[in-house]
Design a protein. Structure first.
Length: 238
């Protein structure tokens, strides 16, 4: 009951459309729905729909309720019903004009648009970040290749290969920004080459080929010894 009263109070005071959370949720809901229908739906189109919703839904609903309450308060005391409809129409025009000039339009520019543009800026930033991550993922080596590259660097530097555990996976995650579970999985493959499945072996061989190309481009011939050795182990395990 208390929640209903608060909602009604917010509606009557016409402050719900300007709340950051309300605008944010509405923007995301509309944008996700439209993207399901049109995958290339832009953020600017969602902005237009939210603005249209403000005027067609929020403003008209609020004005309709104000007019309805006014009618319910005045009509019981009216005696000349033939003049009621023209009076209501005239009062409605005057009320709408007054509310538009002193409430709806000023609040639209002073409160609603700044909140809406802030939400849109956040979504544009998130969209740009997501796009950049996808571009990086497309150009990044596979996790198998990244693990083998680290393996070769460890061998050439005479460092012990990290154990296939969460701590090592987290260290490689800090280095590569790749999935920790998959890094851990690929580390464990280096310790059990003889028992790899055909699919796992194929992924490792593909990673070895990419690693060879990487070190050739890097101009690091000392690494090729370990690349060849790992490749031989994988072939012998076949």
């Amino acid at each position: 009951m208390k929640d209903f009263v608060c909602r009604m109070q917010s509606f009557l005071l016409f402050d719900a459309p300007f709340k950051n959370r309300e605008v944010h949720e509405s923007f995301l809901t509309v944008h996700r729905y439209q993207q399901q229908q049109f995958p290339q739906w832009p953020l600017t189109a969602t902005r237009k729909k939210i603005i249209a919703g403000f005027w067609c839904n929020d403003v008209l609903s609020h004005f309709g309720l104000v007019l309805l309450v006014g009618c319910l308060l005045v009509l019981p005391f009216g005696k000349q019903w033939q003049f009621a409809l023209p009076a209501i129409l005239l009062a409605g025009i005057v009320s709408l004009t007054t509310l538009a000039l002193f409430n709806y339009i000023p609040q639209f520019y002073a409160k609603f648009l700044p909140v809406l543009d802030t939400v849109m800026a956040e979504q544009e930033k998130n969209s740009t970040t997501t796009t950049d991550i996808r571009k990086c993922k497309r150009t990044q080596f596979s996790i198998a290749t990244l693990t083998i590259i680290f393996y070769v660097f460890a061998k050439t530097s005479k460092l012990p290969l990290p154990a296939a555990n969460d701590k090592s996976a987290e260290l490689l995650n800090n280095l590569y920004g790749a999935d920790k579970d998959k890094l851990k999985q690929n580390l464990s493959r280096l310790y059990k080459i003889a028992s790899l499945s055909p699919k796992e072996r194929a992924e490792m061989i593909k990673g070895v080929e990419a690693t060879r190309i990487f070190f050739e481009a890097l101009g690091f011939p000392a690494a090729q010894k370990w690349v060849v050795e790992l490749e031989r182990k994988l072939q012998q395990a076949h």
